[in-house]
Design a protein around this ligand. Structure first.
Ligand code: FA5
Length: 335
């Protein structure tokens, strides 16, 4: 009888679908398809029962009930097997065991030093400003009173990015000092000025324990009436003591920078010897003229400190290269 074949085929197809399902959602789809009351395959079979002749009806009806009962039983079996399995896999989870902590990073010591410097200088009344790392010659040299033929402009001592032939505004370079920000600040604002700027500078220096080709400086600039060298020395001494403790020894050594007059080199006691940590001085009148300030009306001091060297002293790091090797064993110590 064709109708009995249809029941057999239905049962085989339903069993295959039940075995093939691997999640509760898939089993629910199978239930809807094969046992659903509205549009499922079972409903089609029910229609066949209705069409059977009077003699065939008892047989057909029995076959229909058997097919439905078998498919329903198999489906329920799979559903309960699946939920037992998921219960046994969740029971592997022991909520009383300590969790696994993801490895935590640490703030890089140089970043930490920069944050400390900003905070300290803020307390001395200095506002923090930013400047670009790619600069033109006006801000890196010209306005800083560095003459055309000065060795500081030598292409071998700088990272030039493009020559005048390639840029409308003249050559551009990675800034070699944060003193560029002195110029940008004075171009944008009238005196009085009291700012610091902290950031990266670039020089093709040979790498050694105290030199890197990328390092950080903190620039400071104070312009007002009657600013003195004594104020500069007091500020830098107080700053060094606040950061490194009262025992730190600082000395000021006469030096030369084209943008300050007089100029000093700032040294710090480093074991039995001295280490240069910055340059400073009274702002040269030519710098004031370059930014449109009247040197007869204002005076000012400026300084540029090497941030890594202060950081090395603070954390007792003996080689600047450690900061940039990305060795986790080194960086972990600052967690
Ligand atoms: C300057 O860069 C001047 N612009 C500082 C200045 C600012 C003077 C304002 C006067 C007024 P100098 O080249 O000496 O100066 O660098 C300043 C400090 O940066 C150095 O004392 C040192 O601490 C640090 N430094 C210089 N070169 C390197 C380097 N290759 N690696 C690490 N730190 C460096």
């Amino acid at each position: 009888m064709d109708i009995l074949n249809a029941f057999r085929e239905y049962q085989e197809a339903a069993t295959a679908a039940i075995e093939g399902a691997s999640t509760a959602e898939e089993l629910e789809q199978v239930r809807i398809e094969f046992l659903g009351q509205k549009k499922g395959k079972l409903r089609e079979l029910q229609g066949l029962v209705g069409k059977a002749s009077k003699e065939e009806k008892p047989l057909v009806g029995k076959a229909f009930n058997e097919a439905r009962t078998n498919v329903t039983a198999r489906l329920e079996q799979r559903i309960s097997g699946l939920s037992q399995h998921s219960q046994s896999s969740t029971s592997d989870f022991d909520p009383t065991l300590p969790g696994q902590l993801p490895p935590l990073g640490a703030i890089h010591p140089v970043t930490r030093t920069i944050a400390n410097f900003r905070e300290l200088m803020g307390r001395f009344g200095f506002r923090v400003v930013e400047g670009p790392e790619i600069e033109d010659e006006r801000h890196n040299f010209d306005a800083l009173n560095i003459p055309e033929d000065h060795p500081a402009r030598d292409p071998l001592d700088n990272f030039y990015i493009a020559t005048a032939a390639k840029t409308a505004g003249g050559p551009i370079l990675l800034r070699s000092q944060t003193s560029t920000v002195q110029i940008r600040t004075m171009e944008a604002a009238k005196p009085p000025v009291r700012i610091v700027s902290l950031g990266r500078v670039y020089r093709p220096d040979t790498m050694d324990a105290t030199h890197s080709c990328m390092f950080h400086q903190m620039e400071g600039l104070m312009v007002d009436t009657n600013v003195t060298m004594a104020q500069l020395k007091t500020l830098l001494s107080l700053f060094a003591r606040s950061f490194l403790g009262p025992d730190v020894e600082i000395r000021f050594r006469p030096s030369f920078f084209p943008f300050t007059e007089p100029s000093v080199e700032v040294d710090m006691k480093w074991g039995d010897s001295w280490m240069e940590v910055g340059g400073a001085g009274m702002v040269d009148p030519n710098v004031f003229r370059a930014v449109g300030y009247d040197p007869d009306k204002v005076s000012g001091f400026a300084f540029g400190l090497g941030i890594e060297r202060f950081c090395m002293k603070h954390y007792e790091v003996d080689d600047i290269r450690r900061f940039y090797e990305n060795d986790v064993r080194f960086l972990k110590q600052f967690a």
